[in-house]
Design a protein around this ligand. Structure first.
Ligand SMILES: [Zn+2]
Ligand SMILES: [Zn+2]
Length: 604
């Protein structure tokens, strides 16, 4: 069987052939294989205005209604299967540039490619049935090979999935074409598994969950890429932050606060205005000074360190801050909570002696892995992100300094017995780093903790300490986050749990639902018992049916719903409905309290 990429790309040709039959006069863009499938870009706009001689007036009349919509995809797909069954051969032909121009004379996009992409060389074209494309290949030999494994079976391992607008050659200056996407796998089973995965991923989309559960929003009136946390989202954030602070204090960090703007001179000195300019907002002039909205917290922490002469006895110094930063991102890449323009990093900077560096990195690795496990991520992948050796001018500092930094990271990874991959070109401009990617319950990976070693800022800002011999010595700096940013991490949590957060993170843990109005007093008593034990509850005593309240509680993914009526009052109990399990029966209130207290303290 051919390579999956070849199959995917060949299917793009077959889709184009099918579209050509169904929409005569369509203009073709390009049709590559992509992850999990393929696409082809079409210009249907031309079809409606086409005065092509191959069409009679009635056909032209009909064309106005022929720009395909989502519901037309099955029709295109059926045509593809029909073509595949005919066992069409892919035939390659080498032609001169002039011949190619003649062949594609009605295809303006192909002509543009011929003109620009093939200055003098001969042009390779592929013919499959009635469809001819400008293409280097490779393709399957014939459509028989597109069958899903068994030779005579009708191929089923592909599916057209969506239509989207796409600018010709990705540039906003060009015309918007219509892109039709398809999925394709080697077997029907793989396709079905992927569709199931996608369906599950859509259900877990944090943007949808954020809206359904009233956790956060974005508003065009505030600005793109800026997050507004709703009260329920803010409760979760507060729990995460409290846990984070407690754990950092335990591990010898000092909590600090720094401003959102600062003199731009700091960023000139650090090299940010040179190496990081495209991610920074323009400065604002106040009096005689230009202030920069901070893209990173580092330089403020550097100033705190520099406030005093430090001795080796003071080191390591670990400053941590939940510091909000602003980075410019193009509108096209903004994505929910994952890619935003303003976010709060769970940041820290460690200043230590060079000989203690590896030990410090190991400490950070321990903390990072403890944190992600505490929040329910069982698996992770580690990258060692290095400089691109071909592009050294993009980075600050000498080869010697980079080597030292990389060696320290490798040493700490080995000491911690952690496996890692090398990621060339993924370092930040001032140093190499360890990137930990979280693997969620669907097996998808998300950017998590990062640990960066930096010998460069200590040089630039002359950061020193007095060593054992009473001499001034250069300190080393570690930049690190263990969650990443509050926004992105929150998004990961929502996707990982599909919104059904564990008890300790749930903004509303328990709803108490009285059956009738005569049960309200007891329901209130139950509620008081729970709230005095620091549990987050809601007394649902509005005039609605019990079943409606239960339904609403399930939609809101409330971990426990307690129903109380005559029977429960009599036996001082509650009827428990547990999320995902339904009615688990009656339980003594005292027993439920004991159980829930233990469970809410467990991080699971
Ligand atoms: Zn091709
Ligand atoms: Zn930093």
């Amino acid at each position: 069987m051919a390579k999956i990429e070849t199959i995917r790309h060949s299917l793009a040709h077959i889709m184009a052939a099918a579209v050509q039959e169904l929409y005569p006069g369509v203009k073709f863009g390009i049709g590559p294989a992509i992850e999990n499938g393929f696409y082809y870009d079409f210009d249907f706009g031309e079809v409606a205005n086409s005065k092509s001689e191959i069409l009679n007036p009635k056909q032209i009349q009909n064309l106005k209604f022929q720009i395909p919509k989502l519901e037309d995809l099955p029709k295109i797909e059926a045509k593809m299967r029909e073509l595949i069954k005919q066992d069409i051969k892919f035939k390659k032909k080498i032609v001169s540039k002039e011949e190619a121009k003649e062949i594609f004379k009605n295809q303006p996009y192909k002509l543009e490619l011929i003109e620009e992409l093939t200055p003098v060389r001969p042009v390779s074209i592929y013919k499959s049935g009635d469809f001819t494309d400008l293409c280097k290949g490779p393709h399957v030999k014939s459509t028989l090979q597109l069958h899903s494994g068994q030779a005579k079976e009708v191929p089923e391992a592909f599916k057209l999935t969506k239509i989207a607008g796409a600018y010709w050659r990705g540039s906003e200056k060009n015309k918007m074409l219509t892109r039709i996407y398809g999925l394709a796998f080697k077997t029907k089973k793989e396709l079905e598994d992927y569709l199931k995965f996608q369906e599950e991923a859509e259900k877990r989309d944090h943007r949808k969950i954020g809206k359904d559960l009233d956790l956060f929003l974005q508003s065009d009136e505030v600005g793109k890429g800026l997050i507004l946390w709703q009260p329920k989202g803010a409760i979760i954030r507060e729990i995460i932050e409290d846990f984070w602070k407690k754990e950092h204090k335990k591990r010898g960090y000092h909590y600090v606060f720094t401003p959102h703007i600062a003199n731009i001179k700091l960023w000139e000195q650090s090299g940010h205005t040179k190496f990081y300019k495209e991610n920074m907002y323009p400065p604002m002039r106040i009096g005689e000074m230009d202030y920069q909205l901070k893209p990173m917290n580092c330089l403020c922490h550097v100033q705190i360190y520099k406030d005093k002469i430090r001795s080796y006895r003071d080191l390591p110094i670990r400053y941590c801050e939940l510091g909000t930063v602003y980075r410019y991102e193009k509108e096209g890449v903004l994505f929910g909570l994952m890619r935003v323009r303003g976010f709060t990093q769970d940041d820290a900077h460690i200043f230590c002696q060079p000989e203690k560096l590896a030990e410090e990195i190991k400490g950070v690795l321990d903390l990072a892995i403890f944190m992600i496990k505490s929040f329910g991520f069982k698996e992770y992948k580690i990258d060692l992100s290095l400089r691109d050796p071909k592009n050294k001018e993009k980075y600050l500092g000498s080869d010697k300094i980079w080597k030292k930094a990389v060696n320290a990271l490798i040493y700490a990874l080995k000491k911690s017995k952690l496996k890692y991959n090398k990621a060339i070109g993924e370092a930040v401009f001032y140093g190499p780093k360890i990137d930990i990617h979280l693997v969620d319950s669907l097996g998808r990976t998300w950017q998590g903790p990062t640990i960066q070693v930096d010998f460069n800022f200590p040089e630039k800002f002359d950061l020193t300490y007095i060593n054992e011999k009473g001499k001034k010595q250069r300190v080393v700096m570690i930049h690190r986050t263990v969650l990443g940013s509050m926004e992105r991490f929150f998004g990961c949590l929502l996707e990982n749990y599909g919104g059904a957060l564990p008890l300790w993170l749930s903004p509303e843990q328990i709803w108490i639902i009285p059956v009738g109005s005569r049960h309200k007093k007891y329901a209130n008593f139950v509620n008081e018992q729970l709230t005095t034990n620091n549990l987050r509850t809601q007394l649902k005593d509005e005039n609605e049916t019990v079943s409606k309240k239960i339904r609403e509680g399930e939609i809101q993914k409330i971990p426990y719903l307690l129903v109380v009526g005559d029977k429960e009052i009599k036996s001082k109990s509650v009827r428990v409905r547990e999320r995902g399990k339904g009615d688990t029966g009656e339980m003594k209130l005292t027993k439920f309290l004991e159980k829930i207290k233990i469970e809410s303290e467990k991080k699971k």
